[in-house]
Design a protein around this ligand. Structure first.
Ligand code: FEO
Length: 403
């Protein structure tokens, strides 16, 4: 018997889990897998909303057929063309040759570029509607959340927002599909990692999309994204997170990231962390950039206001694993953080000076003077590290008192 779930009246979850793929977009670790969520509305007219990655098309098609039997599919709504969701469009077309593909103008440019020209297009614009019988769909264009063609589909009568990648995250759906069936602590971390690495660069466009939904005054009872849990009990929770993350709002805490060959730069990281703790900071995360994938580091940098970066010198430059960290931060255009810098030089410098150049470009508020020890930290450098910790803790605690 097929494992299908009814989201609400005649709206079915027909998504699949992927536990095999190691890297999402061939970049981001999928330690806990990922789900590709797709939905089926079984009404007078049958509509599929988004599909799945091509490696999963059989499981997806089996679910669709399991629900509608001999009926045909009338519409395939394409909210997003990234191949983790468009990978089974051809399979749907082959199985249901009369299906009408529904998307916006850009959708079909992407479709033809990826899969070649098809026929039966229905091009919608912002605010257009489509009647299925007891269900009525309304479309909202939400460009750059996080591709140019991205849109959301709202089912008016049951108040379900099919939101594409927005509000979704990594992690397979292991039995539980809905927010009230799963451990939200785990999914919130994986949603923030998805947001900060995949969508976060487009925070201004996320704000624009949220504003559009607010101005449309639509009542959202259920959020059905293309990854992660379906929010039916507390959809405002994930909307609030998205609002905060896209405004670069933070929690009190410090992320210390370092690159260290033989442990001397690491000593400075541990020392700064201890001093922060003595000052009363409780959320402190230390990451060895060579050990932890940058996606996890960025996710915590998205969360906390304080960032302290350290590097040894490597071939007259920054330690290579730290290059990935500063590149990702700059690429994300993240704002509103405090920044401390430390590290070591040996037969050459290059680590701390490169971090200082990064500080000039990123324009975060610099905390204290940068500290650079010769090969290993001595009393004078530890003293400077303590000053960074003191000043950073003071600023964070002052903001706590304001709140
Ligand atoms: Fe889940 Fe942008 O694809």
């Amino acid at each position: 018997m097929l494992n299908t779930v009814e989201v609400t009246k005649n709206i079915h979850y027909v998504g699949v889990n992927d536990r095999e793929t190691h890297l999402f977009e061939n970049l981001w670790p999928l330690d806990k897998g990922v789900s590709y969520n797709a939905y089926l509305i079984n009404d007078d007219k049958v509509a599929i909303i988004d599909t799945v990655k091509n490696t999963k098309m059989d499981a997806f098609m089996d679910k669709v057929e399991g629900i509608i039997g001999d009926k045909s599919v009338d519409y395939l709504i394409i909210n997003h063309m990234e191949p983790d969701h468009s990978g089974a469009i051809k399979a749907v077309r082959e199985r249901y040759p009369k299906v009408m593909l529904v998307g916006n103008k850009k959708t079909f440019e992407f479709l033809e570029n990826f899969y070649g020209k098809m026929d039966n297009y229905y091009i919608i614009d912002d605010g257009d509607t489509l009647d299925l019988g007891e269900h009525q769909l309304k479309f909202y264009l939400t460009p750059m959340v996080h591709w140019p063609e991205t849109m959301m589909t709202y089912e008016v009568n049951n108040k379900v927002l099919f939101s594409a990648d927005a509000f979704g995250g990594f992690g397979t759906l292991d039995g539980g599909i809905f927010d009230d069936e799963v451990n939200l602590e785990f999914y919130t971390d994986e949603i923030r990692r998805y947001y900060s690495n995949i969508v976060g660069k487009y925070g201004a466009m996320v704000q624009k999309a949220l504003k559009k939904l607010t101005e449309a005054a639509i009542d959202i009872k259920i959020i059905a994204p293309t990854h992660g849990p379906v929010w039916r009990t507390n959809p405002s929770c994930i909307i609030d997170y998205y609002d905060r993350w896209s405004k670069a709002q933070t929690q009190e805490g410090v992320v210390i990231v370092y690159g260290s060959m033989y442990g001397n730069t690491q000593k400075m990281a541990d020392f700064i962390a201890r001093k922060l703790s003595e000052k009363g900071i409780k959320n402190i995360r230390i990451y060895d950039a060579s050990k932890t994938h940058v996606s996890y580091i960025i996710s915590d940098i998205w969360r906390f206001k304080g960032v302290v970066l350290g590097s040894c010198a490597y071939n007259t430059g920054l330690f290579p694993s730290m290059e990935a960290v500063i590149h990702k931060i700059e690429n994300s255009q993240l704002k509103n953080r405090y920044l401390g810098i430390f590290g070591t030089a040996s037969w050459s410098g290059g680590g701390v000076s490169t971090l200082n150049q990064f500080a000039d470009r990123i324009k975060w508020e610099k905390i204290g003077e940068s500290v650079e020890a010769k090969s290993s930290p001595k009393a004078a450098e530890f003293e400077m590290c303590e000053k960074i910790a003191d000043e950073l803790a003071e600023k964070l605690i002052a903001e706590r008192e304001v709140l």
